[in-house]
Each structure stands twice: as C-alpha cells, then as structure tokens.
Design a protein around this ligand. Structure first.
Ligand SMILES: [Fe+2]
Ligand SMILES: [Fe+2]
Length: 191
C-alpha cells in the first residue's frame, strides 16, 4: 500500500494511519537540513546593520557557547531570529514554535518573548517604551530573558567578533532535534 483509500480522515483505518506516520517520519528525517536551509535565508544584506541576520545568529550562538550555555540555549541563540524571513513582526514566536518540542519551557519562553525585551535597547529612540518588557517583571524567567538579550542578542552585531561557522553548530542542532523526534513522543502525549 502506498496511498490511503480515504478522502476524509474519519474513514481511515489503523493500517492506513500506520502508513501515514511511517511516511511522515521519513519526510521528517531531513528536518534539520530544512531548518538550517531556512536559517541561511537570513544570509542577505538588508543594509543598515553592519552584519546581516545570518551572521548575527551565528554570533549570538557563539556568544552563548563561550558563555558556557547548555546545548538547547546555544541552539536557541542560533535560531532565535529564524522567523525574520516570513514572520518579521512576531518572529520570536515563530522561532519558539520551531524549538518548542526540543527545549525546556524556560528556553521556549525566552525565545518567544525576546523581541519585547530587545525593545529595551531601541524603543525609546522610536517614540516607544523601552520598558515594555516590564509587563513580565514578575515572571520567573524575566531575568533570564534580560540576560539572553543583553549578552547574546543586542551585542551580536559586531563585524569584528570571531564568530563560529554553521558547521560548528550543526551537530548541536542535530543532537537536540534528533534526540526527540517521534510523532508518538511529541504528538500523542496529553498536554
Ligand atoms: Fe529577534
Ligand atoms: Fe537577534
């Protein structure tokens, strides 16, 4: 059997859904390749910034690495702006969604909210509130997100910083994503 017989899921059988899951798992085998290819879409010069967003992403990850951050934080730093290509106005949420199955709730929260915290460094220049992040003041991970933005993100626009290549970080992404990649593990569990 290569294709299912149904046109509506409600008519499916166990054998057919076993097939679907098997095929989806095979398609997901190159998930990391696709994520990394998408990250490379940031390797374009939009002007303004002295390095592009791809170099910024690598620099963020490099800073996390040198800071002794754990693997999931290093990968989070690498991918935190991956949503900039197709979801620029809420890009943190997109990156957080990609990372969610593989990282802790804390790291997910930091990535999801990093753009609000980054505003501390420029909102006031644009007529906005640099303290917009303060609405999270009492949140358990407020300080962690401040730390992420201050030490890995807002300072990672330096063309002279010795930034590691994607080849260096690729094994980190593979370890993290491949450590937990079954449909069963991620989708069948109750919330
Ligand atoms: Fe960002
Ligand atoms: Fe960033």
């Amino acid at each position: 059997m290569k294709y299912v017989n149904w046109t509506r899921m409600e008519d499916g059988t166990k054998e057919e859904f076993d097939l679907i899951m098997d095929l989806e798992e095979r398609a997901n085998a190159d998930l990391v390749d696709r994520v990394l290819e998408h990250l490379k879409l940031l390797d374009v010069d939009w002007g303004g910034y002295r390095i592009n967003r791809y170099q910024h992403s690598l620099q963020s990850a490099t800073r996390a690495y040198h800071d002794g951050a754990d693997d999931e934080m290093i990968v989070a730093a690498l991918l935190h702006d991956i949503g900039d290509t197709i979801s620029p106005y809420n890009h943190g949420e997109l990156a957080a969604a990609i990372l969610k199955p593989y990282v802790s709730e804390r790291v997910h929260w930091i990535v999801a909210n990093h753009a609000t915290f980054q505003g501390y460094y420029y909102n006031h220049h644009l007529g906005g509130d640099r303290n917009a992040r303060d609405r999270f003041k009492d949140h358990a991970w407020y300080g962690d997100c401040v730390y992420f933005c201050h030490h890995y993100d807002q300072n990672s626009f330096d063309p002279d910083y010795e930034t590691k290549s994607l080849d260096f970080f690729e094994p980190y992404v593979r370890r993290l994503f491949n450590g937990k990649n079954t449909h069963l593990e991620l989708n069948l569990a109750a919330e």
